[in-house]
Design a protein around this ligand. Structure first.
Ligand SMILES: *Cc1c(COP(=O)(O)O)cnc(C)c1O
Length: 389
């Protein structure tokens, strides 16, 4: 079965009524025939039929064993870290999502979990950081916002050799573009807030495990800590995932055209997009990704925050906002928004300059999006020429 068919037909018809759209089971408890005798559901923190459809769906799409839905991407990350105990160590990708960095540093370090950050574009850096206490390796690929790619299969071998778990945050790619479990990952997490739900209307997180044994452990944590996704938001996530394949294909096609346009604009210095043949991550991206996704970053030859600020405030279709993965295009200035809390020197080390701009390319017509960028870049270039004369 091909991916587009698999997505749609992994969502079951409701067994009770035949409803083709999954019913929203808005209930906290389930009536039992006699104590402990019920239809598989007793209390909705432990299990909810709507949430279960979403959980089984994401497990299927990621070619995993079990799936679990949480109230946010961060709650999903939190559930995975709770597999560890005091004294254990994590090796994480250095340009990790800021919220994950905050959780690791300000919550888990005080419980005695140490985190080492490495540039995971070279798997050898991960191997070099391994200690006898390493229990979890945490990868994002592509990363935010400079779209670095990690060789998931190579890192999985390093993890397996020392008995550590490999977790991949697959938010930027989505399972339509990349399947980390097929490449050897033990766990996949998602901020379903982004491409999976896809409509900028909910906050949600998912965890997928490669085995039922690991699944039971996450299930225990989900029920014990209680950060579950509610039935309405589960339904919206299912509804979003139905069109995932189509959306990722189009997001990627639009992004490819825009990245190629940006490459030949005179004001632009670097374009970060793994779909560009000249991108340094292109080869490994081609091996492990089916589509290159909808996120592009670029910076300017004039590395000036106020000029970059003028650009992100001046587009018509690209709306100035944080987040990504929705239908409408978004633009942001990481140094003032998503990456503001990172010291300037550290930011520059990972390529996040004052003029770096991130695009979440939406589903508008690519020609209109290019016109939009052309307009604002042209205006800024003209003003620069006037002032330098
Ligand atoms: C947004 C995001 C998260 C956090 O997800 P929330 O749903 O906002 O809690 C984690 N990882 C990545 C890569 C993200 O983009």
């Amino acid at each position: 079965m091909k991916e587009a068919t698999k997505i749609l037909h992994s969502i079951p018809v409701d067994p009770l009524t035949g409803a083709i759209s999954t019913p929203i089971y808005q209930t906290s408890t389930f009536v039992q025939e006699s104590p402990g005798v019920h239809k598989g559901y007793d209390y909705a923190r432990s299990n909810n039929p709507t949430r279960k459809v979403l959980e089984d769906l994401i497990a299927t799409l990621e070619n995993g064993s079990n799936g679990y839905a949480f109230g946010s991407g961060l709650a999903a990350i939190d559930a995975v870290v709770k597999l560890l105990k005091s004294g254990d160590e994590i090796i994480a990708v250095d340009d990790i999502y800021g919220g994950a960095f905050r959780l690791f540093t300000h919550i888990y370090e005080k419980f005695g979990i140490k985190v080492t950050y490495v540039d995971a574009t070279d798997a050898q850096n991960v191997a070099n950081a391994i200690s006898s206490q390493t229990k979890l390796i945490w990868i994002e690929s592509p990363t935010n916002p400079t779209l670095k790619i990690a060789d998931i299969a190579a890192i999985s071998k390093i993890a397996k050799a020392v008995g550590a778990l490999l977790c991949v945050d697959n938010t930027f790619a989505s399972p339509a573009a990349q399947k980390p479990i097929d490449l050897g990952a033990d766990l996949v997490i998602h901020s379903a807030t982004k491409y999976l739900a896809g409509h900028s209307d909910i906050i949600a997180g998912l965890v997928v495990t490669n085995t039922a044994v690991l699944g039971e452990k996450i299930k225990f944590i989900q029920n014990a800590s209680g950060a579950i996704l509610g039935p309405w938001d589960s339904w919206l996530a299912i509804r979003g995932i139905e069109t995932l394949n189509l959306r990722i294909k189009q997001h990627s096609e639009n992004a490819q055209k825009i990245a190629e346009y940006l490459l030949q604009n005179d004001l632009v210095k670097n374009v970060y997009y793994p779909g560009l043949p000249q991108d340094k991550n292109h080869e490994i991206a081609t091996q492990q990704m089916k589509y290159f996704g909808g996120i592009i970053s670029f910076d300017l030859k004039v590395d000036d925050k106020s000029i970059a600020s003028e650009i992100v405030s001046g587009t018509k279709y690209f709306k100035l906002a944080e987040s990504l993965g929705g239908l409408k295009s978004l633009i942001c200035l990481p140094c003032e928004m998503t990456h503001k809390s990172i010291p300037r020197e550290l930011r520059y080390q990972s390529g996040v300059t004052d003029s770096l701009i991130r695009l979440s390319v939406g589903l508008e017509d690519a020609d209109d999006l290019i016109e939009d960028l052309k307009g604002v870049l042209g205006k800024v270039t003209k003003n620069l020429t006037i002032t330098t004369k």
